[in-house]
Design a protein. Structure first.
Lengths: 363, 313
């Protein structure tokens, strides 16, 4: 503020304009929360209305203060800054809420029996379990990975090592990108249409689910592998060629080992993406209450499908249950949802760890 | 490895053969992908085209294919647009937050958390939306119906369960938030540093710098990110199927008990008790959905490809 005291004889413009103090946003935020809290308490509003009002007060008050001190341009800047902070806070809420809900409702449902029983002959609120669904998920996703990893890997090798710049490679790259946007239920319908044509209209089996999932998984594997292969420095390849090593030996002995960590990360992230898919498996793998370990015959339940059916057919609340109790299917659904999230998050974390440990060494 | 015991005068023809085999394998893997994409079209068409011409009762509550799929398509686009309207401002805000506004210590964790949001399975989102979010939105929707009822979107009467297309749109918005954020964040971060610094040096505020240096650079990227989010919202099944009990209707009312079904949710909910005739109808609607999302994704990728060429020059 001292710059405004320049003597008028110089008639020079000040080099800095007046600014709000650094603690201004914090002060306004505090005041907004207090004012909104007071109003909410007086009028008996819920937490949603309170948060909304507090955010609104903050977004309005800070630019108003700013426009009186800093002028309109500064005020617009303040306004957008606070809007962006509010957007960030607003988006953090659903994630925290979701995780909290799944944890608080899922944990009570989980015990040793829940993880080791199946749902055969389970009536009402008998102890049921998700063993069959866990096994189904692992088998179907495992086979999907077995199908898509070789195809995806070789396709990426073609794109980076052999087909670079050709018209075919450009088309494949483009269509792989488009393929990442295939709706998952369409993948399921494709598998259904394919196997209905071969085996007749009543066909439902786990392998079909694997085929549908690989359709969703291959583009993810191709994209991540391609990126990793591009990271391998050309010096390494050229050094290998210079020693007389043929191209395919260079790829298997030099390029792939160098980028192994990244490839594994990409594959695990792809698995984590398809392991939570519901729609295709609902269509082609079907639902059963018993353990089925054979992917080539009979229906096979997976965790997401189990959750879906537990919610849509929850059973009835037992008559001797405490008031407010939920139907047994809903409780099991929360438990299964927690198990599923834990699996997905574990895959994600391990994938990132692997990626960090085996990161391509530059230079 | 290369210590061969036989001494051959010629220079390693076997390795040439290995190279040809390997190249062939790689190329055929690429062709398999093209074939798979074509197969999706072909098999859906083979099984689905009979579904266009079935007895009238198969299309209950309607009587022929075109109105049936038309109404479902309306529901699909409607729910996806609600999701976009909610998600895009938040997604762009978070992307800007990560790339330009956040303190260094906060930016990386926030980006990571948004990625985690993308990893949550859709069925869990659906479960959460139906059991946790919907009851909380009842009062909001009642308020909207009471005070903004003159707008056709909020004509009401407000649902007492909260399981409306608005709720489904909110869940969809949360699900497509990560993809829009991730893509636009990358594009914002690619803005040439010199453009930004030049803007700041001319005395621009941070917002003016973003408006005049970052946005023009990122415009096509934002468009394609939004279209990719749209593609995902169009095809999303579980979140809608679990939140809504829907029927093929055309209504702009977002908060009542009568909700338009989407193609994907309609397939999921009427699949279990479908007769073969109904099944072919459902596959035909799936083909329509595929063609529609394919077109949206194709357009989005084409926009990206064009802008990439423009900037690489």
């Amino acid at each position: 503020m001292t710059t405004t005291e320049v003597t008028p004889t110089h008639a020079s413009l000040p080099l800095t304009g007046p600014r709000l103090p650094q603690w201004a946003p914090a002060l306004v935020g505090l005041l907004a929360v207090c004012a909104a809290g007071l109003l909410a308490m007086l009028l008996g509003w819920g937490i949603v209305a309170f948060a909304f009002l507090a955010a609104l007060l903050f977004v309005v008050a800070l630019p108003l203060w700013s426009v009186s001190v800093e002028g309109s341009r500064g005020a617009v800047d303040r306004l957008t800054t606070s809007l962006i902070w509010v957007a960030f806070a607003g988006a953090a809420i659903p994630l925290l809420w979701l995780i909290w809900t799944v944890l608080s409702k899922g944990l009570p449902a989980i015990n040793a029996a829940f993880l080791t029983y199946d749902m055969r002959n389970v009536v009402g609120d008998d102890q049921g379990g998700i063993y069959h669904a866990i096994m189904g998920t692992l088998i179907i996703t495992g086979i999907a990975a077995l199908i898509s990893v070789p195809i995806g890997l070789f396709c990426a090798i073609y794109l980076v090592e052999y087909g670079k710049g050709t018209r075919l490679a450009r088309w494949i790259t483009f269509l792989v990108d488009v393929m990442t946007g295939i709706p998952s239920i369409v993948a399921g319908l494709f598998a259904l249409a394919l196997f209905v044509l071969i085996f007749g209209p009543q066909i439902r089996f786990g392998f079909g689910g694997s085929v549908a999932l690989s359709l969703l998984m291959i583009p993810v594997v191709v994209r991540s592998t391609e990126e990793m292969l591009r990271l391998v420095p050309d010096d390494l390849r050229e050094a290998s060629y210079a020693l007389g090593v043929p191209k395919w030996r260079t790829i298997t002995k030099v390029v792939l080992p160098t980028s192994l960590g990244g490839i594994i990360t990409g594959v695990m992230l792809a698995v984590a993406r398809v392991i939570g898919e519901t729609a295709p498996l609902l269509v082609i793998a079907g639902k059963t209450d018993s353990v089925n370990l054979n992917p080539f015959s009979e229906r096979m339940t997976t965790l997401p499908v189990y959750i879906y059916y537990s919610v849509t057919q929850p059973g009835t609340v037992p008559f001797d249950a405490p008031p407010g109790a939920e139907a047994p299917g809903i409780e099991r659904a929360w438990g299964a949802a927690l198990v599923l999230i834990v699996i997905v998050m574990a895959l994600n974390l391990i994938a990132r760890l692997v990626g960090r440990i085996f990161a391509v060494k530059k230079g | 490895m290369t210590t061969t015991h036989e001494t051959e005068p010629e220079v390693s023809p076997p390795s040439q053969r290995g190279d040809r085999i390997f190249a062939g394998l790689a190329k055929s893997a690429g062709l398999v992908i093209l074939a798979a994409l074509a197969a999706v079209f072909i098999f859906l068409a083979v099984e689905g085209i009979p579904g266009v011409n079935q007895p009238a009762e198969t299309y209950a509550p309607l009587s022929s294919f075109l109105p049936y799929v038309g109404r479902l398509l309306f529901g699909t686009v409607f729910a996806a647009l609600i999701a976009l309207v909610i998600a895009v401002p938040f997604a762009l805000g978070i992307a800007l937050f990560i790339s330009h506004y956040a303190p260094r210590v906060l930016a990386a964790p926030v980006a990571y958390v948004v990625d985690l949001l993308a990893a949550v399975p859709s069925v869990v989102f659906g479960l959460w939306g139906a059991r946790a979010l919907a009851p909380q939105l009842v009062s909001v929707q009642a308020w909207l119906g009471e005070h903004l009822g003159f707008i056709p979107f909020f004509a009401g009467p407000a649902s007492v369960t909260g399981k409306t297309v608005l709720t489904a749109g909110v869940v969809l918005a949360i699900m497509i938030l990560p993809i829009i954020t991730a893509i636009s964040r990358e594009i914002f971060a690619q803005t040439p540093r010199l453009h930004e610094e030049a803007a700041l040096a001319l005395g621009a505020t941070r917002w003016e710098m973003i408006r005049y240096a970052v946005f023009p650079y990122a415009r096509s990227g934002i468009v394609s990110a939004v279209m990719l989010g749209l593609g995902r919202a169009l095809g999303e099944t579980m979140a809608v199927a679990l939140v809504l009990s829907a029927s093929p209707v055309v209504t702009l009312n977002m908060i009542s008990n009568t909700n338009p079904a989407t193609i994907a949710s309609n397939i999921a909910s009427s699949f279990a008790e479908a007769t073969p005739a109904k099944l072919s109808v459902l596959i035909a609607t799936g083909l329509v959905l595929f063609a529609f999302t394919f077109a949206v994704n194709f357009a989005a990728r084409a926009v990206v490809a064009r802008s990439e060429r423009k900037f690489s020059r």
